[in-house]
Design a protein around this ligand. Structure first.
Ligand code: ADP
Length: 255
């Protein structure tokens, strides 16, 4: 293969990491919905899914496990639409068994991440969202080391109201500060529950923690997304939530 590497991000205008302090807070869901919101706004967007703990974005975008092809400059991303406005490359595409990465040792994980970051032929993109594993680990450093050359615009931190109080997200903030990654903002996910019958939103857990944390750390609060069964069903079935429920309050909170 000729010239794979640095050139692959040359036409990518913005690179944004999506981080969370722990798994299950909806990081991949928010990454997917952000990408769809960019797409609906007429932007060209890419998702690089390096979440070795559970590469779930292919399922959320209903692309399954396609064969990934190579061109002269690297792997060709999988396009989710005919207009090629949403491109995806997932570590899940490259593994024979999706559970395989869990038993990989650190160097193998970091080598795979280095390759994924530099060897995807993205072409022209307005924004590339990088879905990272939860927490702060060698994998995050590998992502940063390999992206550094191309500038990372910043990180979006996803948390739940409970995670805010456990401090997981604070460690994420410290990680960003120490590695010099600008925090673009904090999203509070699963913030209240939207009743599927009457659409009323009930705050099961505390609310407002994300906003408070943003104030405390001098970060921007980007907004809260409620726990919505329709959103959950959409991502589980790989449907476009915005297209299925364009009038939903949850969709407005994302876009
Ligand atoms: P993470 O990437 O942080 O591990 P996921 O995005 O995979 O988390 O989400 C975990 C589960 O929670 C998924 O089943 C997803 O459908 C669900 N989920 C995430 N956010 C919401 C939400 N706002 N409303 C309903 N379900 C959600």
């Amino acid at each position: 293969m000729a010239e794979a590497g640095d050139g692959n991000l040359a036409l990518v205008k913005h690179v944004v990491l999506v981080l969370s302090g722990k798994g299950g807070v909806g990081k991949s869901t928010i990454t997917t919905e952000l990408a769809l919101a960019f797409k609906h706004a007429g932007k060209k967007v890419g998702i690089l899914d390096v979440d070795l703990c559970g590469p779930s974005i292919p399922r959320m975008l209903c692309v399954g496990r396609p064969d990934v092809h190579q061109c002269d400059s690297g792997w060709v991303p999988v396009y989710t639409d005919a207009q090629k406005s949403l491109a995806l490359m997932s570590i899940g595409f490259l593994m024979e068994d999706p559970d395989e990465a869990v038993i990989w040792r650190g160097p193998k994980k970091t080598a795979m991440i280095a390759q994924l970051v530099s060897d995807v032929a993205w072409g022209e993109l307005d924004v590339l969202l990088v879905d990272t594993p939860p927490g702060t680990s060698d994998e995050h450093l590998a992502v940063l080391e390999n992206l550094r050359k191309h500038r990372v615009d910043g990180a979006v931190l996803v948390t739940t109201p409970q995670a805010v109080s456990t401090g997981d997200v604070r460690r994420e903030i410290t990680f960003c500060k120490k590695t010099g990654v600008r925090i673009l903002g904090i999203v509070e996910n699963m913030s209240g529950f939207v009743c599927p019958h009457c659409t009323e939103c009930t705050n099961i857990f505390s609310k407002g923690g994300g906003e408070e944390l943003a104030k405390l750390t001098g970060s921007v609060f980007l907004g809260s997304v409620p726990l919505d069964p329709l959103l959950s069903a959409s991502v589980e079935e790989g449907r476009d939530f915005a297209e299925s429920f364009p009038n939903s309050a949850t969709f407005s909170s994302i876009s």
